[in-house]
Design a protein around this ligand. Sequence first.
Ligand code: 13P
Length: 253
Amino acid sequence: MRKQVIAGNWKMYKTLSEAKQFASELKAKQLDTTNVEAVICAPALFLESLVNETKGSFISIGAQNMHEEKEGAFTGEVSGQQLQDLGVSYVVIGHSERRQYFNETDESVNKKAKAAFENNLTPIICVGESLEQRESNETESIVSAQTTAALEGLSEEQVKNTIIAYEPIWAIGTGKTATADDANDVCRSIRETILDGFGEEVASAVRIQYGGSVKPENIEELLSKEDIDGALVGGASLQVDSFVKLLEAGANV
Ligand SMILES: O=C(CO)COP(=O)(O)O
């Protein structure tokens, strides 16, 4: 059975003191995390403090982006090497907000995925269609093309250790969630794309999250589906109580 991954994507929210407060409250919770991985993907500025605050606990820390080069004259950017050195263990790559506002492309996503593995970071690679694409029945072809491009040139072992987050753009921050069956159908099609490219063993190991208005009220149904192995959560990850409920749902699948 694949272990569930519940990751909070804090986006550009919280101050450092709020972030530290969140981590210390969450760490104090008694949670059985045998069947779930808990990840907080925070603004780069908070990563070092959060790694220190959560050391030895069930919580892992992730970044929300990285640059593909190891180092260089790239003002304002953060490298995989720098993240690894801080003790960060996950990195979100190709979030739709970065594709939309910061010119992230399938090609840069692929370069970043490779750089993540070079620095022992687990990539959470985001794919997803717009409302227009969904309405013209292009969802599976778009998502499949994004997945293929993102994973190009990775080894079987690396793909097994990749997390794919299926986030339909129209469901992000809108309160609209894909139905659990629709989300599962797209997650299954992502797994089939991986099966075609990398074979059965890899496809059955890779974890595929759903993201887009996930909250305590809808997570159980989503996680009950065969091909959904966790959630990437924005708004509902910002409060400790709500994040704990999401983790409990993951632990109880
Ligand atoms: O973009 C998301 C997570 O990466 C989803 O955000 P919401 O959960 O706020 O819809």
